[in-house]
Each structure stands twice: as structure tokens, then as C-alpha cells.
Design a protein around this ligand. Structure first.
Ligand code: FES
Ligand code: FES
Length: 156
């Protein structure tokens, strides 16, 4: 079937099979390789992207469900003036990246959560920031620096 949706600000129409997963549409069809395939069973968050403001696991989401929606992947963050989004800058500043495999997922989850908090004028506690990232696993950092980075997003 044909689906029409926006990805990283650009509107596109694609013919997709009903069982195609969003991660495969993004990585294989659209060649956006920043979204990472980890467990492929909804456990690790490496494949997180933002759909209509919510961070979702793209390995557990059918591509047909983005019809009429807006998708943002890690490639959609930043612009010519500021190539790194604030969340990415904080990850770098706080040393929240080691091998980097979990990083796009961590960034997209933090981006969705912080955008919502900011829209509602909320500054979350460290515990709330931690909880917002509980679906994202990292095998390298021990999490503290990632949480530091995600908390620092609210400084600006
Ligand atoms: S690859 Fe999707 S949650 Fe792990
Ligand atoms: S930095 Fe390696 S998995 Fe998180």
C-alpha cells in the first residue's frame, strides 16, 4: 500500500508491504542508517525514533502506521546553523558516548521527553530523567554520564 508521511521535515510517499517494520523502512529503504538495530524485540531502545512527538521503538512499529504522521530520526536533528541539537551537545559535553551504538536512541528518547517537558514548562527531577530513559540500554557507559547529559538539557 502507499503511505505518505513526513520524515525529517520532508514529505514523501512510499509503497510498502503491510508487514514492513519502520526500522527497515528507515534504514533499508530510506538509507538513514543512524537508527540502530539492537535487540529487534523492543528491549534496548537503540532503534528509537520520534513519531508525532513520541519516542517509539521502530523495530516494534509497522511502517504503515506512520501514514499521515511526522517521523524524526537522528539525521533530522540540528540544522545548518547548529549542526548538533542541544541534546547531542550535552551528550558530548558530559561524555555520554563511548561506542556510540545506543546514542541515537538515547538522544531521540531524550529529545522527545525534553521537548514535552519544555512545552509544559516542567523541569524534571534526576529520577524522572532516569525513568524517561529506562527503555534505553547501554552496555558501555554505566549510565551516569548519559543521565548527567539528559539532565543538563534543561539548563538552557
Ligand atoms: S532494536 Fe528496537 S528496541 Fe532494541
Ligand atoms: S555507548 Fe556503547 S552501548 Fe552505549
Amino acid at each position: 500500500m502507499n503511505i505518505t508521511f513526513k520524515i525529517n521535515g520532508k514529505s514523501i510517499t512510499k509503497e510498502v508491504k503491510p508487514a514492513l517494520l519502520l526500522i527497515d523502512l528507515i534504514r533499508d529503504h530510506l538509507k538513514l542508517k543512524g537508527t540502530k538495530p539492537g535487540c529487534l524485540e523492543g528491549e534496548c531502545g537503540a532503534c528509537s525514533v520520534i513519531v508525532d512527538g513520541d519516542a517509539i521503538n521502530s523495530c516494534m512499529y509497522l511502517a504503515i502506521n506512520v501514514n499521515g504522521k511526522e517521523v524524526t530520526t537522528i539525521e533530522g536533528l540540528g540544522d545548518n546553523e547548529n549542526p548538533l541539537d542541544n541534546v547531542q551537545e550535552k551528550m558530548v559535553e558530559h561524555g555520554g558516548v563511548q561506542c556510540g551504538f545506543c546514542t541515537p536512541g538515547m538522544v531521540m528518547t531524550t529529545k522527545a521527553y525534553s521537548d514535552k517537558c519544555k512545552a509544559e514548562g516542567i523541569t524534571p527531577t534526576r529520577e524522572e530523567v532516569k525513568k524517561s530513559l529506562e527503555g534505553n540500554l547501554c552496555r558501555c557507559t554505566g549510565y551516569a554520564k548519559i543521565i548527567d547529559a539528559a539532565e543538563a538539557v534543561y539548563e538552557n
